[in-house]
Write a protein that binds this ligand. Structure first.
Ligand code: AMP
Length: 417
C-alpha cells in the first residue's frame, strides 16, 4: 500500500499528465484508500480534514469517469455536483478540478452566493460536467429552474460536519433528493457526530469507509501552547507574538465578525499588516484579503471559524486563538491551518479566565492538557502555565513561571514568543 503510485490507478491520460505537471508523486493516505473504490463505482465515507489531500481523493476518480462519458452534459444539467459549506472551499475545489482536468475538455461551473447570478446562469444553461456549489445559491437556481439536478451521476458532500453546523441540513437533503437515483456518492467530514452519520446512512449506498486520522485528533508536528491572561492583555500579547521572529504567515482566530475586524484594526495600529476575513465582507473583498495573505503582502489574516474553513494557504507558521472557539471541535480545524504538507507549525491559544471552561472542552477533544491548573483565583495574572502533565492538578503551582505550556508533537521550531 505504501508503495502505491498514481500510475497504479490507471487514470485517464490527461489526468496522469496533470498529476505529473503538479509534481504529485505519491498518493496521500486518503487518496491511497479512496481513489480505487471510487474508480470501481463504490460510494465513500471519508473521515479526513483539509490538508490531507481529500479534494484530489474525490476529484481524480470523478474526472476519470467524466472523461469516459460520451457526448456532453445536456443544457441546464450537471454531471457531477460537489457541495461545499463555504465559498472559499468551493473556489479551492473548483481550482483542483480544473488543474487535474489538464488539457481535457471538462466544463466547470461555480455556483455560490454573494456574487452575481448571471454568469452562473449562463454557464449552467450550456450544461456542465462539474458543478461546485454552496447549498443556498444552488437551491435558488434550482427553484428558478436555471438548473436541473436529475442528471447528476456523481455527488460529493465535502466538509459535511461543517455543512450541518451551518444549518444546511434541510437544503442538503432537498438537493440530494433531486439527484439521479443511480449515482455515485461520497461524503467527507472531519468529524462524525450523529447528525453526520445519520445523513451518511440515508445518502450513501453501502459505502467504503476511509479514515486518515482518528476522529478529532490533531495533525502531528504542531507545537501547541496555551497562555492564561486577562482579556485586556490579549491585544498587547498578540502584537508581541506577531512581531516576533519566525512568524511568516499567521492566522488569528476571533469568535465574532466584529471581533475579527477589531483585532485586525488593532494589529494595524500596532504596526503589523493584517486583514480580516469573515462572512460580512463581499466575496471580492474576501478573495482580495486571501490573495494578499497568500502573496505575503499581509502576514496576518484574522478570521472567524466559518470564513477560515477550507482556506488552504501554504506556509502558515502560526495559528493564534485570540478567542477560544464556541465549538471545541473548531480548535482542531483551526490549528490544522498550519503544519501542512509536512511542515511544522505553532498554535498558541490566548485564554482569558472566563474562557477556561472552553479550554477544558478543547482539551477533552484533543486529549492534550494545554493549560495547567484549575480556574484561576483572579489574584495571579500569569502569561502562561506549564504543562499539567496530563493530570493537571488544580492550582498546580506552575502558574507563576510565566512560561507557556507547551506540547511538542514534532520537530522543534523556534517559538516566536
Ligand atoms: P486538500 O486536503 O485537498 O485541501 O489538499 C491539501 C493540499 O495538498 C493541496 O494544496 C493539494 O494540492 C495538495 N496535495 C493533494 N494531494 C497531493 C499529493 N498526492 N502530493 C502532493 N500534494 C498533494
Amino acid at each position: 500500500m505504501t508503495d502505491l503510485t498514481f500510475a497504479d490507478f490507471g487514470l485517464a491520460q490527461p489526468i496522469a499528465e496533470a498529476l505529473a505537471r503538479a509534481k504529485f508523486e505519491k498518493p496521500t493516505a486518503i487518496q491511497a484508500q479512496a481513489i480505487k473504490p471510487q474508480l470501481e463505482g463504490r460510494d465513500i465515507l471519508g473521515l479526513a480534514q483539509t490538508g490531507t489531500g481529500k479534494t484530489a481523493a474525490f476529484a481524480l476518480p470523478i474526472l476519470h469517469h467524466i472523461l469516459a462519458m460520451p457526448g456532453r452534459a445536456a443544457p441546464g444539467t450537471a454531471r457531477a455536483l460537489i457541495l461545499a459549506p463555504t465559498r472559499e472551499l468551493a473556489v479551492q475545489i473548483l481550482d483542483e478540478f480544473r488543474r487535474f482536468a489538464g488539457g481535457a475538455r471538462v466544463s466547470t461551473c461555480l455556483v455560490l452566493g454573494g456574487v452575481s447570478r448571471n454568469v452562473q446562469i449562463r454557464n449552467l444553461g450550456r450544461g456542465v460536467d462539474v458543478l461546485v456549489a454552496t447549498p443556498g445559491r444552488l437551491l435558488d437556481l434550482v427553484d428558478d429552474r436555471k438548473v436541473r439536478l436529475d442528471e447528476v451521476r456523481f455527488v460529493v458532500l465535502d466538509e459535511a460536519d461543517r455543512m450541518l453546523d451551518m444549518g444546511f441540513v434541510q437544503p442538503v437533503r432537498r438537493i440530494v433528493s433531486m439527484l439521479h437515483p443511480r449515482r455515485q456518492s461520497a461524503m467527507f467530514s472531519a468529524t462524525m457526530p450523529s447528525e453526520v452519520s445519520g445523513l451518511a446512512g440515508s445518502f450513501l449506498n453501502n459505502p467504503v469507509r476511509v479514515e486518515v486520522a482518528p476522529q478529532s485528533t490533531v495533525v502531528t508536528k504542531i507545537e501547541q501552547t496555551a497562555e492564561l491572561l486577562d482579556g485586556t492583555a490579549k491585544r498587547a500579547r498578540l502584537a508581541e507574538l506577531m512581531g516576533g521572529t519566525g512568524v511568516e504567515r499567521a492566522i488569528v482566530f476571533a469568535r465574532t465578525k466584529r471581533g475579527a475586524d477589531r483585532v485586525a484594526q488593532n494589529l494595524e495600529k500596532d504596526g503589523i499588516k493584517a486583514e480580516a476575513i469573515h462572512g460580512n465582507k463581499a466575496q471580492n473583498a474576501r478573495q482580495r484579503a486571501l490573495n494578499n495573505f497568500r502573496h505575503g503582502t499581509v502576514k496576518v489574516l484574522v478570521a472567524t471559524d466559518i470564513a477560515a474553513r477550507g482556506i488552504d494557504v501554504p506556509g502558515i507558521t502560526h495559528v493564534i486563538n485570540y478567542d477560544l472557539p464556541d465549538e471545541p471541535e473548531n480548535y482542531v480545524h483551526r490549528i490544522g491551518r498550519t503544519a501542512r504538507n509536512g511542515a511544522d507549525g505553532i498554535a498558541i491559544t490566548l485564554c482569558a479566565p472566563d474562557e477556561v471552561k472552553k479550554m477544558r472542552a478543547v482539551e477533552k477533544i484533543t486529549g492534550e492538557r494545554l493549560l495547567a491548573g484549575g480556574i484561576p483565583d483572579g489574584e495571579s495574572k500569569p502569561r502562561g502555565n506549564r504543562r499539567g502533565g496530563g493530570g493537571g492538578k488544580p492550582g498546580g503551582g506552575a502558574a507563576k513561571q510565566g512560561r507557556p505550556n507547551r506540547r511538542r508533537r514534532g520537530p522543534s521550531r523556534a517559538n516566536a514568543a
